[in-house]
Each structure stands twice: as C-alpha cells, then as structure tokens.
Design a protein around this ligand. Structure first.
Ligand code: FES
Ligand code: FES
Length: 260
C-alpha cells in the first residue's frame, strides 16, 4: 500500500510540476498506459519490460520541470548521500584509530603543566596557548599578537622558552610545560620575579609574564650575563610600554645572583 501511495505521489508530482506546454497528448497517453499497471498493480507486480518503459516514457531530456526519472534519481541520490554520511563517521573514526591520525574533532590528551597532570579535550588545531588559557584556566601566558612576534605567550617547554601561540597543544604532550605561575608564588618568588618587583620593571604589566618566563630561562643559562647578552637574550619579547630600562636592571640583578 505504501508503494502504491508513493508511486501515485511521484506520478502526480511529476505531472503537476511539468509545464503544460511540454506535455503533449501522445506522451500523456503513453505515460498513462504504461504507468497504470505500476500505479495500481504495485512495483512487485509490474513486468520487467513495463519498468523499462516507465523510465523512458516519463523522461523529458532537455525539457523544463521535474521529470519522474529526475525525481526518482534525486530520491536515490539523497538516500545514498544520507547512507554515505552515516558511513563516513565510523570509517573516519576507524581510520583514526588504526593510523594514529587525530581530529578533526576533539581528542583527549594530558599536559604536564607546572608539575601537574592536566587532562583536557581539544581539537588538533588548538594551540598550546589556547589550551592553557581557555581549557585549563592557566592565564599567565598572554595572547597578544598570536603569531610569534611579541613573546607575551612565552612558556618553558622542558626548560626552554617557546612561544605557546605558535605550537599546538598536541605537540606539548609528554613534555614539561612551565608558565609564570609555576616559577614562584607571591610568597615565594624566584630571583627574576623578585628582581622585577624590586626594580618596578613594569607598567601595564601585560608583557611581564612573558618577560619573566623568558628571563628565568636566560638567567639559568647565563649567570653573570652582560647587558649586551641580556639584550640579545630577551630579544624575542616586546614591551609596548617601553619598560626596557627597568627590566634590564631586574634581569642583570637576577643574573648577578646566578639563580632563578
Ligand atoms: S602572543 Fe605569542 S608571540 Fe605574541
Ligand atoms: S609593561 Fe606594558 S607592555 Fe610591557
């Protein structure tokens, strides 16, 4: 019964949508004669030859409107597309599991941040900076240029300063990430942090976490550094307020003490 209703609908729809000028009498008669058994006898009862004729008799190549064949093709294509879409996801997931590929959706990873294991879910395209700030609420590293120019996002990766805006969170898996929060606390600051306070080495303070982090790595590797060495060592960080004199004094002071 459902088949009959569907066929009737398709037939009536194709008739209704076709401009009258396109339908000539002989075609109508032929269509009606050939469609009759299919409409009232059901698909299963229609002889093979009739089915073949059906597809040719209702087609109108090059003509305007929606032909029965076009409509059925559309139904077939959309059904196939729906089926394909349903099949694509499990296939993609299977491929991901087998090949080790990630994404495009979120996946689980664990970052070692300031000595703590921090599980999170991110898409593979997420930068370390965004993962820290937006997913783990570690907001010491700042997002300023977001293109590896200013150094406001500097963190230590296994002790080395990197721009966290310019690497992916997934690349930091299994490595020690240290942000300015992990260098010291207000009660127990490291040598560079204490020197920044002592020399009042900030104005708006937006660049300060990046400078303190980069300077900490620099001082660890360059005890008793000269002014020229400090300038070169901190060349990857910019201060838009121009607080360089105070920062230079602070880093020189920390470097003199030889520890951070
Ligand atoms: S925000 Fe990363 S270098 Fe500027
Ligand atoms: S203190 Fe304002 S940007 Fe450096």
């Amino acid at each position: 019964m459902k088949d009959l209703q569907f066929t009737t609908k398709v037939f009536l729809r194709s008739r209704a949508l076709r401009p009258k000028t396109v339908l000539n009498f002989s075609l109508q008669s032929r269509t009606a004669a050939l469609c009759w058994p299919m409409m009232f006898g059901g698909h299963a009862a229609a002889p093979a030859q009739t089915k073949g004729n059906m597809s040719s008799c209702t087609d109108s190549p090059g003509g305007p409107g929606v032909s029965r064949r076009g409509f059925l093709k559309g139904v077939g294509v959309s059904t196939a597309a729906t089926g394909l879409l349903a099949a694509v996801k499990p296939l993609a997931e299977a491929a991901q599991n087998e090949s080790g590929l990630l994404g495009p959706g979120e996946f689980s990873l664990t970052l070692q941040v300031n000595g703590q294991s921090r599980p999170l879910k991110v898409e593979p395209r997420v930068t370390l900076l965004d993962a820290l700030r937006n997913r783990l609420d570690v907001t010491g590293p700042k997002k300023v240029c977001d293109r590896g120019t200013c150094g406001a996002c500097t963190v230590l990766l296994d002790g080395k300063p990197v721009y966290s805006c310019s690497m992916l969170a997934v690349e930091a898996q299994g490595r020690a990430v240290t942000t300015v929060e992990g260098l010291g606390t207000p009660e127990k600051m490291n040598a560079v942090q204490a020197a920044f306070v002592k020399h009042d080495a900030q104005q708006c303070g937006f660049c300060t976490p990046g400078f303190v982090t980069a300077a900490t790595a620099f001082v660890r590797n360059h005890p008793n550094a000269s002014v020229d060495q400090i300038c070169a060592g901190l060349g990857g960080n910019l201060c838009r307020c121009g607080t360089y004199a105070g920062m230079l004094l602070a880093v020189a002071d920390a470097a003199k003490k030889g520890a951070a």
